[in-house]
Write a protein that binds this ligand. Sequence first.
Ligand code: 5RP
Length: 254
Amino acid sequence: MNTSSPIPSASPSSDRVVELKRAAAEAAARRIQSGMVVGLGTGSTAIHAVALIGQLLRSGELRDIRGVPTSYQSTVLAREWRIPLVTLDEIERIDLAIDGADEVAPDLTLIKGGGAAQTREKIIAALADEFVVVVDESKLVDRLGARFPVPVEVLPFASATVARAIERLGGQPILRMGVRKAGPVVTDQGNLLLDVHFAAIPDPAGLERELKSIPGALENGIFVGLARRVFVAGAAQGVPAVREILPPEGAARR
Ligand code: 5RP
């Protein structure tokens, strides 16, 4: 089955965004060295890094890479590029993980899960010696929750009780529905997803913990203290330019 990705684009403006995403992903992929175990992210930005790793393996510029995919999307793409894959049962640590994000705050806390993959993404980010985030500049926000809801993976059995508990925390949960698929989104683990809007998230670490403590709520899309660097692509006079953001001095680290 060929799902051949490298990413369709429909208009000049979407071409430009694709170019920015590719530039950010390539900057991160250039940090990979032969012999590394690499976390393969999910989404329209991270997949450019997966494709580049495949190309570098094919050209012989990289050797002996083992990938740990964060989703079916990255599994399928990695197989297309013949990137050797391993499971978490086969490794104890990951050298470098590269993934996208939906929001990036100045302290490098993140919201992730636009592709419903935040549960595996967080496990892999937490195992990585270096977790590198790749975004175009539209993802930078002054405070988390400004634009994007917080995705929360829930056991189908408990989705109604989890939704009520989230409302008691001040959130507005909405069951994520499929696109070109009738009914709700079912995650790679067979669960459902609530997208939760909060008026403000003054304490991301506290909210992450509170959401996780609800029985039946699995992982959520708030990432605190995980990102070690962010590659942000923007256009300077029409030409893609990538800059690097590091966590502020003294930022919490997991
Ligand atoms: C998937 C994610 C993605 O990395 C995030 O949604 C960003 O995606 P994109 O690069 O397509 O904007 O967290 O669960």
